[in-house]
Structures are given as structure tokens and as C-alpha cells.
Design a protein. Structure first.
Length: 320
């Protein structure tokens, strides 16, 4: 990807690197890493918080954000349209290559692209506006609101999302850029020699903590010495169904794939239940809310012979 890059001198802010693994029911965690190559070299004057690893920004505090943790249908449109397009492309590519069904977090990709876009300029900035379905002047506000929406907790579960930037030592990053991604997108910023095992361990530790142990290791080896900046996003979900399934609801049936394959697998099935059945033009599905409100699981399938990628390509945020 040809994108603009942050430039200038980084001046660190001191913080404390947390090294505690939280214990809880682990349900879902996704982690995204986007690697970017930047140019330039300079030093950074910060306090060491680990073995050759420096924290440049404090840990985010959502309690002091002042932002709403809710998104209206109109506000969700940019990330929603991006997500549908990304999922359709991912499914189509997987089918073309004969790969397994893709599992990804479009919101993670969107946030990583926002972090990248905020350091862009010129034509790259215009391309990011089209990609993100959002004018550049709205990136910080929208990303911050999205982060607040993606960080919530209740009596029966929680949703956590985290961003981090890992700068290779000696690389120039503009202080204004670091301030923006830290304050507006709640990103943690670190500086270290990315090609060392110490950096590899620090990255894995961050991922392990931010996913509550669901992903204990992201990197199995250090980054290449050509990598000057790594952008990470982690998502963790611990949630319970609003209407739980019974212990005896699992049955083995035949699943018919879009490619004609038949697979014997376990289904959740109930003879008598009250669920939100979804029906639209050429599709049907089920909506399963989680407790505490605001989040739900939506499963859809085509009823008119369309493939999953064709269905995704035709869906709109308004329709959902």
C-alpha cells in the first residue's frame, strides 16, 4: 500500500507498562497486525519501561473521554460499508484459492487504516478518504467514538479493543502525530529495536494482555530489520447470550456448503423457542442478542442460490 507516513521528531510521554494477565471467561479474541515501512532516523528521549522497550504515551483512559459509547445507524455507516466490502472480498478470495473460510475483524482493519491514514498527505490522503468512507477532518473524532463503542463492560461480560504503534528505534515520528493517535484513537505507542527478541517478547506480551490470554503469541520471530513501524489492534469479547441455549440443544446434522460439499457437523437446535428470525429479499437468518444490550450475533444465508460472497456484496448497512 502506498500511504503517506508520519514524520518529524518523537518526544515521549512517560507511562507505566502493565504486566498483569486478567482472568475471565474467554470467548473471542482477534488481533490484527499491519506492518508499514517508513523512512528517516533519529533518537528518542524517553524513560525505559522494559528491557530495551520504551513507552511513549500513557495507557488510554476511556472514563475521561467524554464521548458517547453508542453509534446510530447513520454513524455506523462508514465502518459498516467498509466491513461488508472487506468481508465480501475476503470470502471471494478464499473460495478462489480453495482456502478455509476466513475469520477476521473488519473493525480492527478499519481502525488500523485510520491510524495509518492520520499520517498521510496528498493523493494518499484522498485515497484513504475513499477507502474509509469518511473525510479526513472526521478521522480523529470518528475513530475515538468507535473506540469508545468497542470498549464496554457490564455484569455479564465485556468488549475490549486496543491499538498500539511500535516504532523501530531511531525512526523519526512527528510528535503531533503521536499526540493525535494517542489522544483521539486511544493508541499506546512504544519504541524499541523491532528486530530483536526483546521486541518480539514485548509485542507478544501486549497481545496476550489485551486479549486476556486468548492469543498468547502473535510473533514467532522478531520483525525484519526493514520494518520501521508496526500497527496492532486487538479485540476481546466475553459475552453471554440473552437467551441461552439449553444443554441438550446440540444435534448432528448435514451442512450443505455453497460448493456442493456435504459435512456432518454439530448444530444448535431447539424444538420450541422464541428467537428473532430475520427475513429479507432472498435471504434469511437469526439475530441472537447478548446480555447487557448493544451487541448481537447475526447469522445470514441466501435463499435464492447466491453464494456467500454474492450475498455480502449485495447487502447494505441500511438493510442490516
Amino acid at each position: 500500500m502506498n500511504g503517506g507516513s508520519p514524520e518529524g521528531q518523537a518526544v515521549g510521554k512517560r507511562g507505566t507498562y502493565m504486566n498483569q494477565r486478567r482472568k475471565s471467561m474467554r470467548v473471542l479474541a482477534l488481533c490484527l497486525a499491519v506492518i508499514l515501512g517508513l523512512l528517516a532516523a533519529a533518537g528518542c528521549n524517553t524513560a525505559m519501561i522494559g528491557n530495551q522497550v520504551y513507552r511513549l504515551t500513557p495507557e488510554p483512559d476511556f472514563s475521561q473521554s467524554g464521548r458517547t459509547a453508542e453509534l446510530t445507524a447513520e454513524e455506523a455507516a462508514p465502518v459498516g460499508e467498509f466491513s461488508l466490502a472487506l468481508m465480501a472480498e475476503a470470502v471471494a478470495r478464499a473460495h478462489e484459492e480453495g482456502a478455509e473460510n476466513p475469520v477476521l475483524s473488519p473493525v480492527s482493519v478499519y481502525l488500523a487504516m485510520l491510524l495509518t491514514a492520520m499520517g498521510s498527505s496528498g493523493n494518499s490522503r484522498l485515497e484513504f478518504e475513499r477507502l474509509l468512507r469518511l473525510p479526513a477532518g472526521e478521522w480523529g473524532r470518528y475513530g475515538g467514538q468507535l473506540m469508545c463503542f468497542m470498549n464496554r463492560s457490564g455484569d455479564t461480560g465485556c468488549l475490549m479493543t486496543a491499538n498500539s504503534l511500535w516504532i523501530d528505534e531511531g525512526t523519526q515520528i512527528r510528535e503531533e502525530y503521536l499526540d493525535r493517535v494517542s489522544e483521539e484513537l486511544y493508541s499506546e505507542v512504544f519504541e524499541t529495536d523491532l528486530s530483536t527478541e526483546d521486541a518480539e517478547k514485548a509485542v507478544n506480551q501486549w497481545v496476550d494482555e489485551r486479549t486476556n490470554g486468548m492469543i498468547p503469541e502473535l510473533r514467532s520471530e522478531p520483525y525484519s530489520d526493514q520494518v520501521l513501524l508496526a500497527i496492532l489492534n486487538a479485540v476481546y469479547l466475553d459475552a453471554r447470550w440473552e437467551e441461552p441455549f439449553s444443554r441438550n440443544s446440540e444435534v448432528v446434522k448435514t451442512f450443505y456448503g455453497s460448493d456442493g460439499r456435504e459435512v456432518e457437523t454439530a448444530f444448535l437446535s431447539e424444538r420450541v423457542c422464541w428467537r428473532d428470525y430475520v427475513k429479507g429479499d432472498g435471504l434469511e437468518g437469526i439475530l441472537l442478542p447478548y446480555r447487557d444490550g448493544g451487541l448481537a450475533f447475526l447469522a445470514l444465508r441466501a435463499t435464492d442460490g447466491r453464494t456467500p460472497e454474492e450475498l455480502l456484496g449485495a447487502l447494505t448497512v441500511q438493510e442490516i
